[in-house]
Design a protein around this ligand. Structure first.
Ligand SMILES: Cc1cc2nc3c(=O)[nH]c(=O)nc-3n(C[C@H](O)[C@H](O)[C@H](O)COP(=O)(O)OP(=O)(O)OC[C@H]3O[C@@H](n4cnc5c(N)ncnc54)[C@H](O)[C@@H]3O)c2cc1C
Length: 480
């Protein structure tokens, strides 16, 4: 089939999937007043593939068949592939006004990890997984699918693994092995974009041990599979005017609590089944790719923080004040640090069987940690530069009203020569970015998505070459 149009993508979502939003079953996600925003946001991916400005970046050609396909489905083999993928992710997020599209980014991160792990399992005498992963990858590529990833389990008591919990279903598990496949039960949480993708790949969320065989499972199913119930997140559930909410009126990502109520998975879609020793390997390999995706999609957001702070400083007439320049410098350095670490991660990649380039794990985790641990401080700086109007400003209705509009125009001006409307529009942008429900979403996304701060610190500790550093210290100290 090759590349799809946005219309073909939207049509494919009318497939009887079981989605719930605020207590009601959603008959058609594409026309739903809130989920429909997420669908239109995801269409950016398909529009970019047709846009001459992005086509070379977004589309690749199969040298054997001549078929065209989305770059996301290309297995990265070297630094150049990783940098182009990163550039595509950043460009599409820019088109999405700082919000990642994600319908192919996350799914292909999982596919890359499945290839690496299946290769290893083939070496251990189980070639069937490799064949299945390759076939599934080819299908998603050729049908230009959107693919979500459900890795995070609901987890119950975080101090325990799958065993010893109040009930056995806090981690998704196999409840039946049949001749034609497996039946799984459990719930994954925080699953981004599944309301509007064709497929979902399910991965284990952690390392497993003996006795965890039923929890060591990976597979993929279509979004409309019987027994799969998607309970959609509720944040930002009201109709917004783009004047007041220039980002979130048009851009949205949905998460779901994804319930697997005894879902049947045929064998050709099962990629791990009981291999406790490979579960952690798969979980971690996915994260190696996914954190690189994460830092790539953060770049437009960091640029927006620096850019909007600079613009509002000018409109308020304070751009040359010492403390403002200091804050703008911090914001610029924040953006540049993450950007530089992405390039370093791609340049220092490691090519792993079957020939897939994994971004450097240390630089990727440091980039993600730098981003996540500084995000709230950066928001504080932008809010500081802007002023309290971020939350006390007028509604779009008052701005347009004949009774109140002229007063607002007169009194909400800033620096001479700057139209009041420009100042108000910039305030609204910063308010949406940092002080709206969307701003809160971005803050939690910064801390938790793609793993919490501790997860990134752990990887940094593991990957850093302490031995060489300590040997150097001993040498200079004169210790043999
Ligand atoms: C907007 C958003 C989108 C997301 N999208 C996806 C997605 O598409 N697919 C997906 O699979 N996941 C997704 N995630 C999930 C994300 O990876 C998790 O939120 C993250 O891993 C943290 O898990 P948690 O939310 O369950 O928090 P918890 O694990 O409960 O973490 C809360 C705190 O507890 C600490 N903690 C947890 N366990 C322990 C322990 N054993 N010992 C000590 N401390 C512990 C953590 O370090 C953290 O400080 C998304 C999350 C967000 C916020």
């Amino acid at each position: 089939m090759g590349l799809r149009t946005a219309e073909q993508y939207k049509a494919s979502l009318k497939d009887g999937r079981e989605v719930y939003y605020r207590g009601e079953k959603v008959e058609d996600v594409t026309t739903h007043p809130i989920i429909g925003i997420a669908v239109d946001h995801a269409c950016i991916d398909y529009h970019m593939a047709e846009d001459p400005k992005y086509r070379d970046l977004a589309v690749m050609t199969d040298p054997q068949t001549g078929d065209q396909y989305s770059r996301y489905y290309h297995l990265p083999q070297n630094t150049e592939d990783l940098l182009k993928r990163s550039q595509l992710i950043a460009s599409s997020t820019r088109e999405g006004a700082t919000l990642v599209i994600l319908i192919k980014e996350i799914g292909t991160d999982a596919l890359y990890a499945l290839h690496v792990v299946a290769e290893e399992m083939a070496k251990r005498g189980k070639p069937e997984y490799k064949e299945r992963v390759e076939k599934y990858h080819r299908m998603c590529r050729d049908r230009d699918y959107g693919v979500a990833v459900a890795q995070s389990d609901v987890k119950g008591d975080r101090g325990l693994g799958p065993q010893g919990q109040e009930h056995p279903d806090y981690y998704l598990r196999i409840v039946e092995r049949r001749a034609d496949g497996i039946v799984v039960r459990g719930a994954k949480i925080h699953t981004s974009v599944l309301t509007n993708t064709d497929e979902v790949i399910v991965l284990p969320t952690r390392a497993m041990k003996a006795g965890d065989e039923d929890y060591s499972v990976a597979f993929a199913v279509p979004a409309n599979t019987k027994g799969l119930k998607l309970i959609a997140s509720s944040y930002g559930g009201f109709k917004k005017d783009p004047f007041e909410y220039p980002i979130s009126a048009k851009h949205k990502m949905m998460e779901t609590i994804t319930v697997f109520d005894d879902v049947f998975v045929p064998w050709d879609r099962v990629f791990m089944c009981g291999e406790t020793d490979a579960a952690g390997f798969l979980a971690l390999t996915f994260v190696k790719f996914h954190r690189f995706t994460a830092v790539s999609y953060k770049l437009p957001l960091l640029e927006m923080l620096a850019g909007s702070a600079r613009a509002i400083a000018e409109y308020n007439g304070i751009e040359n004040a010492g403390h403002i320049r200091e804050k703008l410098t911090e914001l610029a350095a924040y953006h540049a640090t993450v950007q530089g670490l992405i390039i370093a991660a791609a340049q220092n990649c490691v090519v792993t069987p079957p020939g897939i380039a994994i971004p450097n794990v240390l630089f990727t985790n440091v980039a993600k940690y730098q981003f996540a641990s500084n995000y709230h401080d950066a928001v504080q700086m932008v809010q500081d530069v802007s002023g309290g109007l971020l939350v006390t400003g007028p509604s779009v209705e008052d701005w347009r009203s004949e009774a109140t509009g002229p007063f607002l125009k007169k009194y909400l001006g800033g620096k001479k020569g700057i139209p009041t409307e420009h100042r108000l529009r910039m305030m609204n942008l910063i308010s949406d970015l940092t002080a709206s429900d969307f701003g809160g979403y971005q803050e939690v996304l910064a801390v938790h998505a793609e793993g919490s701060l501790e997860a990134e610190k752990l990887q940094t500790y593991r990957e850093y070459d302490f031995k060489t550093a300590a040997d150097y210290a001993r040498e200079v100290a004169g210790i043999k």
